[in-house]
Ligand binder design. Sequence first.
Ligand code: ADP
Length: 749
Amino acid sequence: MNQDIKNNEIETYIENKEYIANMYVMKCFSVTMLVFIVAFLLNLGGIFTIEQKLMWKPFVISMLIYIILYITTRFVSLSNEKMKYFIMFCSILVFTITGIFITYHVILISLLPFLYATLYSSKPMMRFVYCLNVISTVIIVYGGYYYGLCDANMLMLTSGRVQEYVLNDQLIQMGVNPNPVFSLMLFFIIPRCLIYVAFMTVCRSIFNIVSGSVEKARLTTELEKAREKEEKANRAKSEFLAKFSHEIRTPINTVLGMNEMILRESNEKEIHEYASDVKEASLLLLNMLNDILDSTKVEAGRMEIINVNYEIKSLLNDLYHMTDIRAKEKGLNLIFDIDPSLPSGFLGDDKRVKQVLLNLLTNAIKYTKEGTVTLKVSGTKEGEKAFLNYSVADTGIGIKEEDIGRIYDAYFRFDVEINREIEGTGLGMNIVQQLLNLLGSELQIKSEYGKGSEFSFVIEQKIINEEPVGSSWKKSSDSKERKDYHTPFVSPNVKILVVDDYDMNLKVFKNLLKQTKIQVFSAESGKECLEQLKLQSFDMIFLDHMMPGLDGIETFRLMQENQLCEEIPVIMLTANTNVGERDRYIREGFTDFLSKPILQDKLDKMILKYLPTKCMETQKAEEMSVSVMSGEMLIQQLEKALLEIDFAAGIEICTGDKDFYLEILHDFTHLSIKQELERYLLEGDDKNYCIKIHGFKNSAYSVGAKKLGDLAYELEKGSKDRFSEEIGELQSELFKQYDRICMQYKLLT
Ligand code: ADP
């Protein structure tokens, strides 16, 4: 769309410039025309005054010739170059032949520019002006010729004597010369002079036409230059965006990574909530950034379609997980209506299809207050191919009919006032449209304002696995396992070197691998990395791209030159996600590429992919799950005995990490709080009492002991600014409940 706008602008630019050039030529012709007309009228006056009958013959003939010429030029398509040149050729021939027989052939030949302009001009008004010029000139010349004025004029010019001229036979015969000097001046000398002036102007016009072509050539170069400039600006924009994306992604990476640590390690409910909000906001920011980047990538034609074999159920599963929480939060019913007979494996760009669907689903959820959002997938088979029919329908705010056409405009949002609360960049649909174009498809939109919308498209994919998809994708989407993070391996023997100039990134990286017990070494520059590699060997290296001094690629080249990384997987770690970058890194010899912000899943997978045996050697994932299972069994037992504890809530606070939950539950049941609280109460130390009970309250909430937490909260309130009266009673109730929990816990463990 933007490309179109650009082309239109350029076309308008050319048109304007051509118009200006034409106007310039036209001005010259207009002056010529005025001069000619005056000369013509005077000449005509002379002819009429002298002898009318001689006038009609040349007048009618010349009029006829030029009317025919005018009509021909009017109807001959100007784009028909051959015809144009044929007419030009014929005209030159006619004029040259005529010119041989008449004295004023020079002037006649000089009419050619007019003819050229008549044929060339695309403006009817200008053609008319040019034609008028031609007609008037011809009349003057023919009139003069027939009347013998040429001879008279030549005579006058050669002998220069008025008397001789006055005595010219022809004039005497007419007997219409009361004042020969005046008549001569008015009817012959002035028109002749004017014709010479006009002739000069015609010459100038020839020059103008020639320079008009020069001007056109100049304009073309100017245009090319402008285009080049625009391309340069575009390149600069892309470079800026790549840099900008890197600069922003790097701190977001830290925010997300550090926040993940808070989520995992903090057992305070409030902190957990804050961290969840930070996570949500960071992901939103990241999404917006990705939108902007994607849109510019598509615009610059740098979005690639990479066809791979994929399983449709994992695509659906991912989509479900990405949208389900949001829909639930808004109280919407999210339905995935998938035709179970669909083949399960295809060849295509699943990432782009997912991106399109994610955009449509997110919009549907965003713009729906209540009701249902449905993703429907069906398909038809044709030999090896399948036509997959995707549709996303919602019962949301809908779109006005007149707005549907503008939905793809970048950065454009409807009802901005009403939708002020709904975040967005106005780029989503633009990206959807462009991605579908790349995928060879088109979006169909049906919408009723106030009732809902339906967005659908069909894509053709090659079938790889005929086996019907069934409803198996649902199983994985129903399970909540995804939320729980368990490291898939524990490998204290593995040594990894991570190189990044940003200290925070190193911290995040180390923390993400904390549970794996991998030995993570770090270097803050390319130089430091080389030094470390000389001292010891590593199993895997993660290298950041943009670093001051030696950047990632330069460091890598030096590593290769010095044979420091032979047979060691070297992964490029970068925030630069531009398409084509991946290939560039692989061409450089990097083993793989991991984009920032680093996601736990991807990092684990990357390590497992390149160090499968080494990771499994130490402690297998199955062993881990056994320990998880045993933890799970303990939780089940405790759940039966400790009814006052909401285990699910506690586990959720620990981001699903059951082992971690058990750890904090253990700590909670071994607190030495009783003696201290009793002492503070006895001493009347309300300040310390308040601090102590505040900490206890948070711990109680963290393990899911809500009732106990509430009780502690009452005590906290009661100990602020002197102890309240019922503090003793509340405290003994708290001790009673806490003792019961501790006793039960100790009995079972
Ligand atoms: P945004 O980031 O604003 O959501 P999009 O390009 O995704 O930008 O969408 C452009 C506009 O189209 C939105 O601002 C919204 O007004 C409208 N729109 C998109 N999807 C829907 C939908 N499912 N229901 C109603 N309006 C929609």
